[in-house]
Design a protein around this ligand. Structure first.
Ligand SMILES: NC(=[NH2+])NCCC[C@H](N)C(=O)O
Ligand SMILES: O=C(O)CCC(=O)C(=O)O
Ligand SMILES: [Fe+2]
Length: 336
């Protein structure tokens, strides 16, 4: 059992300190994509309270828990304004640039922020809010259907090591679903099969060309299209046998033809479903997800579309930028 605490609650004094820090940094840089900001993040993060930094570092090093929450940041609802209708066409920087910096500072204590050329028009920090017309989609912008349990970008070998979700607004207390299964409870025969490369995980719909207007990334979208049909089988469990890591997104996986593989996938999917917990994020919470241990999703809800909708910010963090070198434009570029 891990000794790491699940929640770090900032004191009011710490929250004020952090707010001043992010407001100051926002004046010194131009946007979340500002290359100088990305270079400076770990240097700037040393100004976060020590307890907060230690909490994140311990979470990462112990590598036991699937998630933790840093709670108590101040969100200035006046300044950030209403929840937008779409993530496209926002001003640069956005009014919530200080909140984006806050998310990036947390990420920089765990690794390097990166983004996808094929997702949210290649932006580094993503918006998660309901968008009209996408209600029933299996994407963060959906609402009326449960967002089914998944590893973020499970299909991709360069998926995030950590995924950070920051809550700006959540008036209806819509829960993020977390599932941290005790994989050791699985049948040894299933465990064996899940550790072998038997499974096809397809790209999810957020990476489709039709949801993006980014120019000059035809090669990347073609690659996604190929990954929808290839025969690149992967293991669902990996790492140690005693405390395995998991990559899974049952909704976007193919049912294995082999009956034993099919039964093993069903068993781990059932275990995931029976290990679910609701975490309703509060404004000022940052949910830190260990993307090798936790599967996550979101409860269904009714969107308001009146500027008061639930609004999260999301960023992907890698501990190893080098593995995606071939796809990044330069050593310091963040888009893959
Ligand atoms: N089971 C799923 N719904 N998987 C896809 C997850 C949503 C996706 N990560 C997005 O950005 O919208
Ligand atoms: O809205 C949430 O709480 C989670 C969203 C999510 O998992 C996603 O967009 O991939
Ligand atoms: Fe997700």
């Amino acid at each position: 059992m891990s000794t790491h605490k699940r929640i770090y609650d900032l004191s009011p004094a710490e929250a004020a300190e952090v707010e001043n820090l992010t407001l100051r940094i926002a004046k010194e840089y131009s946007s979340p994509e500002d290359e100088q900001l990305l270079r400076d993040l770990p240097l700037l993060a040393t100004e976060l309270p020590l307890g907060q930094r230690r909490f994140l570092r311990d979470f990462a090093l112990e590598d036991e828990l699937g998630y933790c929450v840093v709670r108590g940041h101040t969100i200035d609802h006046e300044r950030i304004g209403p929840t937008p209708q779409h993530w496209r066409g926002r001003p640069i920087p956005t009014p919530e640039f200080p909140e984006e910096i806050l998310l990036l500072l947390h990420g920089s204590l765990l690794g390097e922020p990166f983004g996808w050329k094929t997702q949210q028009d290649a932006r580094l920090v993503h918006d998660i809010f309901p968008i009209k017309g996408f209600e029933t989609e299996q994407m963060g912008i959906g609402s009326t259907d449960t967002l089914t349990l998944h590893t973020e970008d499970a299909f991709h070998p360069w998926r995030a090591d950590y995924l950070l979700l920051e809550c700006l607004r959540n008036p209806d207390e819509v829960a993020t679903i977390v599932s941290e299964p005790d994989l050791r409870s699985l049948d040894p025969e299933h465990l064996e099969i899940l550790h072998e490369a038997n499974f096809l995980i397809r790209p999810d719909d957020s990476h489709l060309a039709k949801h993006n207007v980014t120019k000059g990334v035809d090669a990347e979208f073609s690659e996604i299209a190929e990954m929808k049909a290839d025969d690149n089988r992967v293991a669902v469990l990996y790492g140690s046998r005693e405390h395995p890591y998991i990559r899974i997104d049952p909704y976007f996986m193919e049912t294995p033809k082999d009956p034993a593989a099919r039964r093993a996938l069903e068993a781990v999917s059932d275990l995931l479903e029976s290990s679910c917990l609701d975490v309703a994020l509060e404004p000022g919470d940052i949910l830190v997800i260990n993307n090798h241990r936790l599967a996550h999703g979101r409860q269904a809800f009714q969107a308001r579309y009146d500027g008061t909708d639930r609004w999260l910010k999301r960023v992907s963090i890698t501990t190893d930028l080098r593995k995606s070198h071939e796809r990044r434009a330069s050593a310091t570029a963040r888009l893959i």
